[in-house]
Design a protein around this ligand. Sequence first.
Ligand code: ZN
Length: 113
Amino acid sequence: MHEMSLCEGILQVIEAEAQKQQFTEVKQVVLDIGVLSGVEISALEFAFEVVMYGSVAEKAILKINEIEAQAWCMSCAETVMINQRYDACPNCESYQLQVSSGDEMKIKELEVN
Ligand SMILES: [Zn+2]
């Protein structure tokens, strides 16, 4: 499961930070998840609980920022909103779009004790 390995990666980052910053408990984890990342939020929440069990982030609250997808349209020469990676431009129907956001999967914030 994609979400499981994502959470394992997050835990690695948290554990490395815990060593560096010497914290023992994570209170909150805020993630940026783009709508194009293919991550299913409910699966991610489940995987988070499973993976963080027994770690410094066991009691952490998971907050997810869903990032909307945007692309640069070459014909319109402006940024437009899209719903899927291979969508056409909503203004001119062109497929010459360059996705500029929406596929991120990253830790935005760690709140620790
Ligand atoms: Zn356009």
